[in-house]
Design a protein. Structure first.
Length: 239
């Protein structure tokens, strides 16, 4: 059964796309084959790939998706690194309400030989996309990504009340007005992953080098996908 991780940011600029790419890298280090799904369009920038490449927007309106979903998805995958491929966003608008088409995309991505990391976007729209995954695949884990700012916290509380994501990722920054304890106390939840804002990560993101960047806190992302489950084709390693 395919294991899927979906990340949703509470607002723009939080770092969810970077976190998704870093989580995919950790999984690849552990031996997993990875497909990244770029709902936001940010992965093309982060990986220095063609931002106009065909992808999700083309698939959603394609008759080929109805004929053979797996083959249609396969034709749109882009190699990022050994064992890691990207399903780009494509150009144009995405309609998260077309549940049948989204469902066929997730069916096309299903398989026992890889794991899927979805950069789903922000807020309600991001969770709406992930909701189409849960229609077809029960192995989805949802995680909400937020920083330590007041706006992050207000939006996170609203989203947490409605969607109740399984995981919380907090990116701390000593220059922000709130700390980790403020976030956890207000949400009445313990963060599953805590990452420190890191200039080296920002520089690597700007230069398209995130796939080759090793950080001291990267191993914390291992908890976002439990690849030690009996149904998992590959296992995480302790790092």
């Amino acid at each position: 059964m395919t294991h899927m991780l979906g990340l949703v940011s509470v607002k723009g600029g939080v770092g969810a796309s970077v976190t998704a790419l870093r989580a995919a890298r950790q999984a690849r280090i552990a031996g997993a084959q990875i497909i990244l799904v770029d709902v936001t369009g940010d992965m093309a920038v982060l990986t220095h790939n063609d931002s106009e490449a065909d992808g999700l927007t083309d698939l959603l309106g394609s008759s080929a998706l109805h004929d053979d979903a797996a083959a249609a998805v396969e034709r749109h995958l882009v190699d990022l690194d050994v064992g890691m491929r990207l399903l780009p966003r494509g150009l144009g608008e995405l309609d998260p309400t077309d549940r049948q088409a989204w469902g066929m995309i997730w069916d096309g991505l299903a398989g026992d030989d890889h794991h899927v990391v979805i950069d789903a976007g922000r807020g309600d729209a991001g969770f709406a996309v992930l909701d189409t995954v849960e229609d077809r695949h029960g192995e989805l884990r949802q995680a909400m990504v937020l920083g330590c700012g007041f706006q992050d916290l207000v939006r996170a509380r609203a989203l947490d009340d409605v969607f109740e994501p399984e995981g919380i990722v907090v990116i701390t920054d000593p220059q922000r007005c709130l700390g980790l304890s403020d976030i956890e106390n207000s949400l009445e939840r313990t963060a599953d992953v805590v990452l420190a804002a890191d200039r080296s990560v920002a520089n690597a993101a700007d230069s398209g080098q995130l796939l080759s960047l090793a950080t001291r806190d990267g191993h914390q992302l291992d908890v976002l996908m439990d690849l030690q489950a009996d149904t998992a084709p590959l296992a995480w390693i302790d790092r």
